[in-house]
Write a protein that binds this ligand. Structure first.
Ligand SMILES: C[C@@]1(CC(=O)O)c2cc3[nH]c(cc4nc(cc5[nH]c(cc(n2)[C@H]1CCC(=O)O)[C@@](C)(CC(=O)O)[C@@H]5CCC(=O)O)C(CC(=O)O)=C4CCC(=O)O)c(CCC(=O)O)c3CC(=O)O
Ligand SMILES: NC(=O)C1=CN([C@@H]2O[C@H](COP(=O)(O)OP(=O)(O)OC[C@H]3O[C@@H](n4cnc5c(N)ncnc54)[C@H](O)[C@@H]3O)[C@@H](O)[C@H]2O)C=CC1
Length: 270
């Protein structure tokens, strides 16, 4: 398809640690919102009568009393928005949802209403998470179910090692920044070039297998001499174990199982 200019939305990884999020409603959709927001280290305030709570919402409230403040009542008015950094409605009452959107906008607080796309400042999307790797699939309001189906396709294309690989690369970057501190300038350029070369040169599993000793050697022999040594040169061995993302591994396991079955059938036919 031809690239479009306009009509899209900005895809960002919104940092919400320590922010206050108000969720009005406690049903099925609210439970999905809570699930997504708990990953962000935000503080959640849920306002919803207990009778309407979905079992998962109830469970989240019980399991995370330090992260979720729960008010067993109906939405009481604009004062609920005080000190909020974000507002979400997940209600079976579209009029109330619309009013909360208006209040939030007047107070300059970003708002999402699950039932009124036109009133949302941002949309949720289908997500794939593996450690620090976060992939969001958005159809920009056109087909939420389609977002879920595209996610399944993408999950099959992933190895399941990406999360661990990125975690290790992150640890190496941190060490490199300690060894060669400073922002920007020639040093910054050199750091970026070296990291790019390493990520390009090593296989994904090799990066995932990096341990502290290998990182030390990489920095001593590689960074200090402005080169990228091979995996084996810094003591790497493929016999070490790497763990796959459980959400992705079963897919691979299924295909491995299917392949074995196919081989057995072919051998028996002969
Ligand atoms: C605009 C948006 C606002 C927002 O929620 O931020 C919105 C709005 C609405 N969704 C509705 C329906 C459904 N939503 C889902 C599922 C998801 N909806 C999600 C996001 C979004 N939904 C935002 C746009 C995202 C985008 O376009 O990419 C996902 C991706 C993320 C999440 O919610 O966390 C999550 C899948 C996560 C996953 O499984 O991976 C399903 C399927 C299912 O439940 O399996 C159905 C039924 C089938 C269908 O309609 O497709 C209706 C009622 C429509 C009606 O009455 O007919 C509205 C309101 C309207 O459209 O008027
Ligand atoms: N964005 C999305 O992904 C989707 C959106 N929807 C829409 O989202 C809305 C919510 O859907 P569900 O969570 O399935 O509904 P639900 O019926 O499970 O939950 C509604 C919740 O709102 C609470 N509530 C009602 N009046 C309230 C008030 N005055 N104050 C505080 N809480 C109040 C109820 O107690 C209940 O917890 C629906 O309008 C639906 O059309 C539905 C599916 C997906």
């Amino acid at each position: 398809m031809a690239p479009t200019v306009g009509g899209g939305s900005l895809l960002v990884a919104w940092q919400l640690k320590g922010k206050n999020i108000l969720i009005v409603g406690g049903g099925e959709v609210a439970s999905q919102r809570i699930d997504s927001l708990l990953t962000t280290d935000a503080h959640l305030v849920v306002v919803s009568p207990n009778v309407g709570l979905n079992p998962r919402t109830k469970q989240f409230i019980e399991e995370h009393p330090d992260r979720i403040t729960y008010h067993d009542r109906s939405f009481s008015g604009v004062e609920e928005l005080d000190a909020m950094d974000m507002v979400l409605t997940a209600l079976d009452d579209v009029e109330l949802s619309r009013n909360i959107c208006i209040m939030s906008r007047n107070a300059h607080i970003p708002v999402n209403a699950a039932d009124i796309p036109d009133s949302c400042d941002f949309y949720f999307g289908s997500q794939i998470r593996d450690g620090p790797l976060q992939i969001m699939i958005s159809t920009n309001g056109n087909g939420p179910r389609m977002a879920n189906l595209v996610k399944r396709k993408l999950q099959k294309a992933l190895s399941g090692f990406e999360g661990q690989t990125i975690t290790k690369v992150g640890a190496l970057r941190t060490q490199l920044k300690i060894r060669a501190p400073g922002v920007g300038g020639e040093l910054g350029k050199r750091r970026m070039k070296w990291m790019t070369n390493l990520c390009n040169a090593w296989k994904e599993e090799e990066l995932a297998l990096m341990d502290d000793t290998m990182m030390q050697k990489l920095l001593d022999d590689g960074w200090e001499n402005d080169c990228v040594p091979s995996f084996s040169k810094v003591g790497g061995s493929r016999r070490l174990n790497i763990s796959r993302c459980p959400a992705i591994a079963p897919t691979l396991g299924f295909f491995a199982g299917a392949l074995c079955t196919l081989l057995v059938v072919l051998v028996r036919r002969r």
